[in-house]
Design a protein around this ligand. Sequence first.
Ligand code: F6R
Length: 264
Amino acid sequence: MQIVILKDAQEVARYGADIFTTQLQRKAESVLGLATGSTPVALYQELITRNKAGLINFSEASTFNLDEYLGLNGEHPQSYRYFMNEQLFNHINIDKDRTHVPPGDAKNPVVACQEYEAKIAAAGGVDIQLLGIGRNGHIGFNEPSSGLTSRTRVKTLTKATIDDNARFFTADEYQPHLSITMGIGTILDAKKVVLLATGKNKAEAVKAMVEGPLTAACPASALQLHRDAVIVVDLDAASALNDLEFYQHIEAENQKLQAYLASL
Ligand code: F6R
């Protein structure tokens, strides 16, 4: 894992946006795996700004989101489809027909999960997958105890996740307890994975992911198996790491290597 420790959430967003910009400049028809939640919002704003400035082009890209609440259709303001339209897709030059979010209103959700996997495969697989991390170490809606090779499927949310996400729902609004989520195996199939984490409330989850054992008790620890996983965190989210200075040292050396390679 490449651990990148930056000052604050804004720097994390910019670093993430740089990775996506480079990816789209190298391959205009990239398949992007996207996430919802609070963490990627600043990154999406940065991508919108760059798109409007002509620095990044989404016209040939396609996207697959990690997850969706089961029981909400895309018009529901709390659905992840609605979130993606509002936070990103409505503001960039992407063809909406090439944006995919698991169908929360599928009549047969089990078949819908298989179809979602088939669509990802037909698109050639995900080139770069964006992730956030739950306080309990979840990625997507793969809650603790999720199989480390799991595929897209229906998952029950933990009470912790329901409580964390209750802030998006009004008191009288129905909050789903089930989701469709890419599996951990699906996520690990992406050619590159970029996980962003900001804020003190993520510090323990980041520590478990980076320094803890590989375990289904912390689904994000599965990223230890990925050959190109970049973990981008601010100082608050990095604050529980034991080897902070070592990670900063490696990253400084890595920058030097990249600069040398670019000069060849
Ligand atoms: C969202 C998702 C979740 C979030 C995680 C962190 O699509 O898959 O795993 O990334 O719950 O959410 P925030 O960023 O709101 O702290």
